[in-house]
Every structure is written in C-alpha cells, then in structure tokens.
Ligand binder design. Structure first.
Ligand code: MN
Length: 433
C-alpha cells in the first residue's frame, strides 16, 4: 500500500524557481513523466518541473542521477512502457531520486532542463490497447434518458459491473494535435441513412489510467491489488460523433463514433504523486444492489481520486479577438461510481491479459449539477439548450475552428497542489479523401 513520504512534503521546494510558484501544475511534489522529441526526432523521457522539462536520459548519462542497469535502461527508452512495467517499488525509488536531485538543497543542474514551451511532447507510451468505460452514474443516466426516452435510463447491468467497450489505441493522440471532423453514416430524422461529415461533434471530459504491471493471459488482477498495477493518470478527451453513435450503437456498442480520435494530456501524473488525493469510495447509493466479491474494495481502501477538472472552449473568432476561453463545465473524478481499480479487476476477470502502457478511460465525468456535465450532449441536452459564446455565436455541438481544452488539478489543505497540465485540440474541417 502506498503511503506518504518526504516527496509529498508540502513545504518542499526546488532549485527550479518556477516550480515553487503558487498555482504551478508541476511543483516538486508532482514529478509527472512524459516523452518529448529529442534533436534527432527520437523520443526521450522527461519529467515536468515548474515550466521546464528535465531530460531524464541526459541526467543518467551525466551521472547526475544513478540507477541500476534495469531502471537506467528503461528510462533511456523512447516511451515509458518499460519503466511502467517495473512496478511500484522501482517507481517509488525513481521518484525519491528525482525529488532529491531537484530539491532546493541539491546543486543546480540547469543544463539538464529545457523550457517546456519549446519542447514538443509526444504520446507518453506506446498504447497497445485502449478500453473506455462508462463509470459516471449521472452521465450514464443522462445519456440513457436522451437515447432511450421510453425505457429505464440506467441499464440493469450498470449497477453490477463497470460497463465498457474496447476502443481503438491507434487513434489516441497527444494534446495539441488537430482533430479533423470525421465522416460517417448518419440517419436523418426522416428518410434513409446518408454518408457525410459528422454534424454533432462532441468532446467527453474523461481521465485515463495507464496500466503499469500487466497480467498473464488466464490470470486475474484482484480488486485488492488492482491500484498497485496502475502507473498513473492523464486527462482524456474522448471526441465523439453523436450522430454516428446514435445510429450505430445498438446492439454492439460504440464503433466509428469513437474511433477517429481521442486526445490525452502529455504528462502522466503517477499514482505515487496522487497518494495524498486518494479517497474512500467510490460510494454506492442507498438501495443499490450489493457488489460481487471480485468488485468489492477491501474495507478502508482508498480507490477514489480527488481530482478537479475544468473544460473551456474558444472559437476561432474568440482567439483572433484575444477573448479568453469560456468555461463550459467543471468536473471531479470523485463523481465516478466505479474506480480504476474496479475497472481493472473487472477487465481481467476473464483472464484478459493487460500490458504496460494499456489505457483505461473512465468514461465521461459528469456530476449531479448542470455545471458538472462532461460533454455538450448533456450540457445542451442534445442541442435543445444551446450555449452562448462571447463571440455572439451559439454552440449545440463543436464547430470547425473550435479549440477545446481540459485542465485538471488536485488541491487539499494537507498537500501541495499538483496539476495535470492541459489536454487540448482544435477542430479542423472535414477533408475529402
Ligand atoms: Mn467515452
């Protein structure tokens, strides 16, 4: 079980001055991992500190930090997969060493830093498999109401298992990648289906958890150990073509509506950094059926994460006029009814093998209030309640040129604030091909 140590000390400061500024996403207590493009275009592992990126292989090469051969080799790879596979003891050791090296009492090593603003980030891991869940009760209920107005909004299985579908790892892109409006088969209210550009393009506020330690085929990850298998968390925007989804999703679930792009933030905030923000839960509502044993968290386990998020939009006209982005909603990961640990335990309950770098999406994070609905489908209630933008236009769904950004952070009285950075993308017009 992870516990707090010196790396979580809220009073700790770094010789990287920008890391000590109030509101900074990347203080010394965070130390998230990512991958950036080196001079030759190859991937290099970095750690975010203040407004800089620490070049980890350079720190190893110059012996500014020393590890055994296995860890040194994993941290000199192009992606985080090998490091993710080493497990919590190695993650903790590396975090402690990075903390000591970046601490204000240690000698400055500015030559190992590069300005974050001038660093090109890439996907942190080679994502072998991606699964998206549906873990927020308010989202599942709202969508059920809209898509199946005549039935029970929540399907009977939803209260018994974390519902999910196998997504498309090949379409996951890193923040800053433009998103081309997809084509798809759409069925208008009247007449036969047509093929054309998606008209109801949406985002989904989600988080993604990276699997660290996998499991062999035919073995299960137990609920009690599932959190220890997870390496860390990123922001995830699961771009969604609602008109495609509405027509295709029955009987086998989402397909093309979800396979053209999903964006993740570049910095993986480790479970270790999130330790002060782990919370009891998730809570079951009164009257919910009891969970089966394989999904029941051990008493006192802290599998919920207290993470806050904000979604903003800015149109092309707003950006041209210098108008700041407009807030669409706020959300909290604590609103999930199923934890990442439960998702992993359920996913592997059949013996499905998971590997380091596999990604589990939470599903849209929506809370009880209108201001905490995590997508436009819910915010505008399928377009019936459009949103006014500061440029005088209205949004039911996303328009070409819109930039959608999700920021996320953790705050508490007892710990230093840590952030996830941002997850952003601009919608480009459909392309003929
Ligand atoms: Mn989703």
């Amino acid at each position: 079980m992870t516990s707090l140590d010196a790396t979580h000390d809220p009073a700790a400061r770094s010789w990287v001055e920008s890391a000590n500024e109030a509101g900074c996403d990347f203080p010394i207590q965070n130390l998230p991992f990512g991958a950036f493009s080196g001079e030759g275009g190859q991937g290099r592992i970095g750690v975010a500190i203040g407004n800089c990126v620490l070049d980890v292989p350079a720190a190893i090469e110059t012996e500014s930090i020393t590890f055994g051969p296995e860890v040194a080799c994993a941290l000199s790879a192009e992606t985080l997969n090998d490091f993710m596979s080493l497990g919590p003891a190695a993650w903790k050791r590396v975090r402690a060493a990075l903390f000591a090296m970046l601490h204000e009492d240690a000698p400055r090593q500015d030559r190992l830093l590069r300005p974050m603003a001038e660093t090109s980030m890439r996907l942190p891991a080679a994502i072998g498999d991606y699964t998206d869940f549906y873990a927020a009760r308010h989202h599942a209920t709202n969508v059920g109401r809209m898509f199946r107005p005549d039935g029970e909004p929540l399907m009977p299985n939803w209260l018994h298992l974390p519902v999910g579908y196998h997504g498309r790892a090949s379409s996951i892109v890193v923040s800053g990648t433009d998103i081309v409006r997809p084509y798809g088969q759409l069925r208008p209210d009247e007449g036969p289906p047509v093929f054309g550009p998606c008209q109801l393009l949406d985002y989904e506020l989600e988080f993604g958890a990276f699997v660290g330690i996998g499991n062999g085929m035919g073995t299960r990850v137990g609920i009690g150990e599932a959190s220890e298998h997870l390496f860390g968390v990123v922001i995830l925007n699961d771009w969604s073509a609602r008109d495609v989804q509405k027509w295709e999703y029955q009987p086998l679930g989402p397909f093309n509506a979800k396979n053209f792009a999903s964006t993740i933030s570049p910095w993986v905030v480790t479970m270790e950094a999130l330790t002060p923000f782990r919370a009891h839960g998730p809570e079951r509502a009164a009257g919910d059926p009891p969970l089966l044993d394989y999904l029941t968290p051990a008493p006192g386990s802290r599998d919920s994460l207290d993470v806050q998020a904000e979604v903003t939009v800015s149109s092309k006209a707003m950006r041209r006029a210098g108008t700041p982005p407009m807030q669409l909603s706020r959300g909290t990961l604590a609103d999930l009814s199923w934890s990442f640990a439960q998702m992993l335990a359920h996913h592997t309950s059949t013996g499905c093998p998971m590997h380091a770098g596999d990604l589990l999406g939470s599903g849209t994070v929506s809370g009880p209030e209108k201001s905490s609905r995590g997508c436009l489908l819910e915010l505008t209630w399928r377009g019936t309640e459009p949103i006014e933008l500061p440029d005088g236009t209205q949004r039911r769904f996303l328009q070409d040129g819109d930039e959608l950004t999700i920021n996320a952070w953790c705050e508490s009285d007892r710990a230093a604030r840590i952030g996830f950075g941002s997850c952003s993308g601009v919608i480009l017009p459909p392309q003929d091909s």
